[in-house]
Design a protein around this ligand. Structure first.
Ligand code: FAD
Ligand code: 2HG
Ligand code: ZN
Length: 508
């Protein structure tokens, strides 16, 4: 029989939504090599170099406090959260209004100064920091909530609002954000939209192309595109907002957002289950879809070596004994009794048929948070291994885990750890290969094989994290040449001087 809650003990550190010490992390653990040295084949574009008169324009516009130009103060904005890339920009700008963003971009465009838009800097593909000396436009001070319509559930806010803050404010009105991710305490909604972030409940609430009703963005030449509709239906020509969703700051800087928010669920149940094989995981997923139907809000996989990261490095405790695989199954609904009945029936069948061997289930807030921490803290814990090679793949569900075993064969003991976790419900696995430090040799043994393999299975080389700096040359594994050419044409029209996030997303 399924066991109740037990053995969790005190949860230390890393609760969901912990605000990451992003601007100090790099120093404590050592700075990565400069990107220009590690990836020396990438050449700086023909952009201007920052001069005193440029800085004077920015300080006249923003005031001294919102222009960071001291190299040591700029350092933290130059390093990405997983310490994989590092630029050397000596200019970080912190606009407060769309008008200021517009004037910054118009000036940069006129003077051929390259720009790197930056939100919470939690991106995992090296897109959020400069490659060379691009000017960083950080949206941290554009953090006002403009309106929450309690009847329609529409939130309108500025791009720099932190995801968790938005969720907290919506909760006061019995609403919630339609997306959730482990970085919620630091990432900005503008960053989420620019990466089309997926997260932990996409299975239930869909992706941002569906929930974003409108947005405002500033083009490379400073022109403001007011697409901030709050209408659910608006078929007046091309749906331009979609160009900014997931284009990772290469087509414009997103400044405001209107987003459809679902009601906050009245009942949440979370179970954490232990399984022997990946086949058992698939059977359990199929059962969950059948038995939990519309209330299934998450179905997440954690393999043994992934759980070991959070129990080992972060001191979190697993509520069940050791297994090769674990799944976290969540329901969200409006009727506690109905939802609990469904969850219990699902668990009974899973235990009876033997697909699940042990598990725990809870509807208590603190315990739900503790279980989620096991899943959400993996990314953070992995950094303690050393350097992490990250792959975020969409694969046919049956082949989902094979890539992890394949790499265990290929790399074996030369890695500290090769593990897989992710969003089974969305067919999206996170393959992570950690090593003591960055190694070109290991990189060559992983890439391009990992992408070739994904492409052969007709998967996607970037399911939800984006392309950023590290993957442009692999886009062709998931997109045809005509599609890539059309993307390049769109980029040329919207940013003819190529100043917005150069070296990212599009292959050269
Ligand atoms: P940044 O990292 O600052 O920027 C990301 C990209 O967007 C960059 O290319 C940047 O130039 C661009 N950008 C940022 N703001 C703007 C703007 N206003 N206008 C135009 N371009 C902009 N991602 C997922 O999809 N699912 C997950 O489950 C998930 N979990 C994560 C868990 C952890 C612990 C961490 C560290 C990261 C996770 N991520 C996940 C990745 C990351 O959090 C998301 O990509 C997030 O959406 C990035 O938001 P950000 O504000 O930090 O953006
Ligand atoms: C998650 O699902 C994130 O936790 C991060 O997308 C994945 O660390 C990763 O590889
Ligand atoms: Zn993910």
């Amino acid at each position: 029989m399924l066991r109740g809650w037990r053995g969790l003990g005190v949860i230390r550190s890393a609760s969901p939504g912990t605000r990451f010490p992003q601007y100090t992390r790099g120093y404590a653990a050592g700075l990565p090599e400069l990107t220009k040295d590690r990836y020396s084949h990438v050449k700086r574009g023909n952009f201007a170099t920052l001069e005193q008169n440029h800085l004077k324009f920015f300080t006249d516009l923003l005031g001294e406090n919102r222009v960071v130009s001291n190299p040591s103060d700029c350092q933290a904005y130059n390093v990405d959260w997983i310490r994989s890339v590092r630029g050397y920009s000596n200019c970080v700008l912190k606009p407060r209004t769309t008008q200021e963003v517009s004037e910054i971009l118009a000036f940069c465009n006129r003077h051929r100064l390259a720009v790197c838009p930056q939100g919470g800097n939690t991106g995992l593909v090296g897109g959020s920091v400069p490659v060379f000396d691009e000017i960083i436009v950080n949206t941290g001070l554009m953090n006002k909530i403009l309106s929450i319509d309690e009847i329609s559930g529409v939130l309108v806010c500025e791009a720099g609002c932190v995801l968790e803050t938005l969720d907290d404010r919506l909760a006061e009105k019995d609403l919630m954000m339609p997306l959730d991710l482990g970085a919620k305490g630091s990432c900005h909604i503008g960053g989420n939209i620019s990466t089309n972030a997926g997260g932990l409940r996409l299975l239930r609430y869909g992706n941002l192309h569906g929930s974003v009703l409108g947005l405002e963005a500033v083009k490379a030449d400073g022109e403001i595109m007011d697409l901030l509709s709050t209408l659910k239906k608006d078929n007046t020509g091309f749906h331009l907002k979609h160009l900014f969703i997931g284009s990772e700051g290469t087509l414009g800087l997103v400044t405001k957002i209107a987003i459809q928010c679902p009601p906050k669920p009245k009942a949440t149940n979370v179970s954490f289950l232990g399984l022997q094989t990946f086949e058992n995981v698939l059977e359990t997923f199929q059962l969950a879809r059948k038995e939990l139907g519309e209330i299934l809000s998450s179905f997440e996989l954690i393999d043994a070596l992934s759980l070991d990261i959070v129990t080992g490095h972060l001191g979190l405790k697993s509520p069940i004994q050791d297994f090769p695989f674990y799944v976290l199954v969540e329901t969200q609904g409006s009727n506690a009794t109905h939802d609990e009945d469904k969850m219990n029936r699902f668990l009974e069948i899973a235990m009876k048929t033997g697909t699940v061997e042990d598990g725990t289930v809870t509807n208590e807030d603190s315990k739900i948070k503790a279980i989620w921490a096991l899943r959400e803290s993996i990314t953070e814990g992995l950094l303690r291994d050393g350097y992490v090679f990250k792959y975020d793949l969409s694969l046919p569900i049956k082949e989902f885990y094979g890539i992890v075993t394949e790499f265990r064969k290929r790399i074996g003991e030369d890695a500290v750890r090769i593990c897989g976790y992710g969003h089974v419900g969305d067919g999206n696995i996170h393959l992570n290969i950690s090593t003591k430090e960055f190694s070109q040799d290991i990189l060559k043994r992983i890439e391009p094989f990992v992408y070739e393999h994904t492409s052969q299975l007709r998967g996607s080389v970037s399911a939800e994290h984006g392309i950023g700096f590290r993957k442009p040359k692999y886009v062709h594994y998931s997109k045809t040449e005509p599609a890539i050419n059309l993307m390049k044409d769109i980029k040329r029209i919207m940013d003819p001087n190529g100043i917005l996030n150069p070296y990212k997303v599009l292959p050269s």
